[in-house]
Design a protein around this ligand. Structure first.
Ligand code: CA
Ligand code: CA
Length: 145
């Protein structure tokens, strides 16, 4: 699928709303990034994107990135080191497995929203929302053409 078509099928407003909602329950900062391709080492490309988007600069190092290579129908979920140090191994596996199924079914918006909601639910245990919470990273979907 061309990225143009992927984006046309993506309801960005609902995704942003889901991020805002998830971030009302956790201090974790969630972002979604879409680009056409990532190539063989998608994790490495996602990690560089994570840095480029300033996601390593959160106070608690608890940013989460859903990185999507739209034309390869692939994605990676990456958490910053504050999360890795706190949560059990395989923390994202179930969310990723479910999202893989939704992607195969072409249910992009619904699948992403479910993943973001689940990520927020999981994160709140380790990173509860604080009264003085700051929105450290924009909730808008990041898109590279
Ligand atoms: Ca926040
Ligand atoms: Ca945010």
């Amino acid at each position: 699928m061309q990225q143009k078509e992927f984006l046309a099928r993506l309801d960005q407003k609902r995704i942003v709303d889901a991020i805002t909602e998830a971030e009302s329950r956790t201090s974790g900062e969630i972002r979604v990034h879409v680009q056409p391709k990532a190539g063989d080492d998608i994790r490495n490309v996602a990690e560089r994107t994570f840095e480029r988007l300033g996601m390593t600069k959160t106070n608690l190092r608890n940013g989460v990135l859903l990185f999507i290579a739209s034309e390869e129908n692939r994605f990676v979920i990456l958490g910053d080191k504050g999360i890795d140090e706190s949560v059990p191994a395989g923390f994202w596996d179930e969310i990723a497995a479910k999202l893989t199924i939704r992607f195969k079914a072409g249910e992009f918006t619904e699948g992403i929203i479910a993943a973001l909601t689940a990520a927020g639910e999981q994160l709140r245990t380790y990173f509860p929302h604080e009264a003085d919470d700051v929105d450290e990273l924009p909730n808008e979907v990041s898109i590279d053409e």
